[in-house]
Design a protein around this ligand. Sequence first.
Ligand SMILES: [Zn+2]
Length: 500
Amino acid sequence: MSTHVNTSTITGTAGLAVTVEAHIATGLPGFTILGRPDDVCRESRDRVRAAVLSSGFLWPSRRITINLSPSGVKKAGSALDLAIAIGVLVADEQIVVPDLDGYAFLGELGLDGSIRAIPGVAPMAAVHRERALVAPEGNAHEAEIVGPRRVLVANSLRGLVESLVGNEPWPDCPVVESCDGGPSVNDLADVRGQSAARLGLELSAAGGHHLLLVGPPGSGKTMLARRLPGLLPTLDSQTALEVLMIRSAVGESLPRGGHANVPPIRMPHHSASLIAMVGGGSSSLRPGEVSLAHGGVLFLDELGEFAPTTLDALRQPLEEGVIRLSRATATAVLPARFTLVGATNPCPCGGGPPGSCECDETALARYRRRFSGPLIDRFDVRVVVNRPGPDELLGDGVGESTAVVRERVMAVRRIALERQGKLNADLSGPALDEFASPTSAATALLRTELEAGRLSGRGLHRIRRVARTLADRDGSIDRIGEDHIALALSLRARLASRHR
Ligand SMILES: [Zn+2]
């Protein structure tokens, strides 16, 4: 006898409906899985067999053939275990399930018949919205967010079968405590001093500019970067859903109480592999850090320590807001739109107070070369971060809070979007001329910088974009003045320049 059971697989952040066809016939006992299972999926033969026996069912001593359809797509991971087990039990006529086609099954089986949580349930549940979805208890929350007709949980194969055939009621879904996130613990009010860095964070959030923090160890670069997400707008529903799918695909726990609309921050270590950074690796094309940062901030501390190939790989997400992954078996386009924040020491010895630099010219030149090139040009805003002095540490002056700064950020973003349909950081050549033309005095200042060789063509665009954001912040909608250009010029900290 044969039967069909609904389940899903995942590529990148996209779910795909899969039908498990189970066929049992007389012949030499055997168990074959067809339809391009990957290694983990193929191993489900052993998991399913052990789980079926541990759950008090019989294992048919006949020829069992499982076909995973559509057969052209690689099936990754252990999510199909449950559907395969149900397929075997139904095809062997050990159980009769009314309206089997009205269900879809997702979950890994333990050898003892327990049902275990799996990564990727949100995308995989999304392709079965018309069905009742049976999922592991630990995945019920994310399954509910994408809204199948009904979510049913099960902890064991035996319990699942009892509910499925109508002998027992379905267990209750675990109650998810709602939580609105509460006040952010990373508030700008906690930052002492750091006026340049504060301005840098504000401009980055307001204009969408990528930000470089240049300062010695211990100056608080990480602490500052952590405060950027709080300045960004909460995620719109589309982005929040994309973030949910990405986090589900890597098996990260999801925030309680519905969609996560708080912009994420990711802080990969400089030793992170290329695959960890951009994604891929397994046949399911797992999302990487650039996608996990989608809608928020990708913070790269010790920027110069990252492998050049890793930094090169950021080009596509920075330009297109997506990352394209491909392997022989599959391709995926994953969302990856983020604000890049880099942090680095001012020079190889780490920098520090004036007079403390121990670097020789060769080391400085090498350091400069490392930071030359296209990546560094991405950072519109580059600010110096200093270790706070005694007055700042001991003073009781409280800086502006995140809420206050965020209000200005939102106003600037609104102005930019109404005027030009995009953030100021996305203005390029002709758009800059149309929407960000400087006054004649401001133009004269730019000319002086260009003539003195202190500004390049690319640098000029950068300065004009930042000046646009500064002018919008001042409410100077029609005019970009000398003051805005001068301030923008000051926000480009130099690397490997001698600080003695
Ligand atoms: Zn030095």
